[in-house]
Write a protein that binds this ligand. Sequence first.
Ligand code: ARG
Length: 483
Amino acid sequence: MAGTGANTPWGGRFHEPPEEKVRRFTESVSFDRRLAEHDIRGSLAHARMLASSSLITAQECSDIQGGLAKIAADIRDGRFTWREDLEDVHMNIEAALTEITPAGAKLHTARSRNDQVATAMRLWLKDEIRAQQAAIRRLQGSLLRAASDQPGAVMPGYTHMQRAQPVSLAHHLLAYVEMLDRDHGRLGDAFARTNVCPLGCGAIAGSTLPVDREFTARDLGFVDARGRPRIAMNSMDAVSDRDFVAEFLASAALCAVHLSRLAEDLILWCSAEFGFARLADAHTTGSSLMPQKKNPDVPELVRGKCGRVTGNLVALLVTLKGLPMTYNRDLQEDKQRLFDTADTLRDSLDLMADVVAGAQFNGKAMRRAASDPSALATDIADDLVRRGVPFREAHRLVGTAVRIAQDSGRDIGGLEREEWLAISPALASAADLLRSGARRRLDARTSAGSPNPRLVRKEIARWRRLLRDEPPTAGHPKDTRDA
Ligand code: ARG
């Protein structure tokens, strides 16, 4: 006879149901209901497999499928009643199914919540990774458009936040396109390792029943580029592995770091001190006290949210550290970290794409800042090298010019030809070089990857082609479900 704990799925061996406080502490349905659609997908595949292995009849399979379809529709339309006492999304759906059809009681055959939740999360994350990658591409598109709007806009490049050498706005923005592309690639790598099916591994040690794991893997789209099923090969690893979540959180954290750096650049550029950029009104807010203020809150929050995305990674790693094999309830803590990072990163990518698209870049202010002659000191040294002066000596000679200029309250742009000549006859044309200006000095740069406008235009064209021609899931194992 069932004990008084019988209203739980494990009630048979208990005398009492869990205490109310315990129920609240252990429930996850308040957040894991987000997995509902993917949990149902997993259950549909599992039911089809049970039927094909004659563990349930065709009629039972069809009853289960009909019931799950109704539940999916109820959830979508907000008609489904979630019950906290049923603990998690999996048991809520199973209980509802069993109310619709007695066949529901057979769905959990040869399955545990341990392989079930791992399957649902992997399915969910595969969809999410594709969405994140699309959001990355959209931001890259915004950056590319801003770069091509002003391909010739020269600006100072900074090291140590000091003016270093002239670069261009386009070159600066393309640096972020590169970073984001590595993020896209890392997410693709994470996708490949997420794309492995744990279903059929049961609670820890597989099943004594004749389950067909390749059937469910194929049915759920856990397949490689050639359509071959990819199944986890160790049941103990399969139910306790959350590497795929950690890997996504790590890739996301690095992407958030890149967004934070972009945000910081925009924030600096919007200051009166720089004056290089203005954000659209729609992406800024005012001050409740100072009428003149226009604050770059969106980039500031993107920069700030990098902290929580990084925190989510650390939180999960600490949760996983020291867990004995195999499934432990600690693993339930993975979900909020995963969902929070996914939401935060996707919003940040989305808004940064809008912010960049709506920003106005002030080519004149950039040019003015880039006309600082001291940013061409290295060019003069390079010119000396071309005349046979060893670079160390050239560096010393130009450094002397900088000191002489500074001692008399000028910059090197103010030095007369005679003063250059007095330092070294090899510096005869230094003043001419400075007069030619930063824009012309960009043309003088020929090394691959430099901000030479000709090379930058080529890069813009290369990225345009790449983004335009890329198939939606390029370079990654094909997901047959999307095909
Ligand atoms: N809600 C659980 C989780 O998210 C599902 C797995 C529960 N398994 C168990 N044996 N208690 O991890």
